[in-house]
Design a protein around this ligand. Sequence first.
Ligand SMILES: [Zn+2]
Length: 246
Amino acid sequence: MQIPTTTLWIPPDIHAELMYYAWKVDAEVGGLGRLVFDQENNDIFVEELYLIEQEVHQTECTLSAEGTAKLYEELIANDEADKIGQLSLWWHSHKNMQAKFSTTDDECMRTWPGQYVVSLVVNRKGEMTASLTTKSPILVVGEIDVEVNWLDPYNVDFLEKDVEAKVSIVKPKYNTTPIKKKQEQLTSETKKTHNMTDAEWVDEEVKEWASMGYTVSHGYDKWDDWDTVNAQLEAEERKYWKEMGK
Ligand SMILES: [Zn+2]
């Protein structure tokens, strides 16, 4: 059986919010987040972050029940009660410390009021660790991957059009793969014939080309082969221009 992997995907703007909180608050600040689960790919997406009212300490972060209750009330008042069920992300910052769960953090996850919680810890360097804790049917805690989804900024439509309009990737003038293969084959044959090591081969080639005023790292000592390769390159190039002319 192939073990499924899970990634917690964070959009760049939410990543920026996390970093802002981590840098702005000179203590371990934390809150909740709204998640969407992609069951087809076994991945998790962070949709929204919420900072909750809290008294922060330098070294520990436990979410206050009052702060959480206040957030629920706000959502209900804003006609967003349906979001409450999706608040299964617990995030917090470790400031300048390692972004690894502490024993206090482990305890928070173990005693989480819901059936499951996705935990995320970040630090000011941008390091992140995430885990998934589920309590049903038994307690299981597993580390999951966490990534910023750089291809999903808030203004992706604009950026995408901008890139399409201004950037084109230059394709090689002709397909050099067959030539490269031929070169590799000739190199290997020559080395075998002369019983040369890779280093000796390179040395010989460099010497030969240097004597003609070229700076190269490898080449050919069989001139007939070199002519064959050149002829092939020219044929490829002719084919390319013919294709282009169609
Ligand atoms: Zn912590």
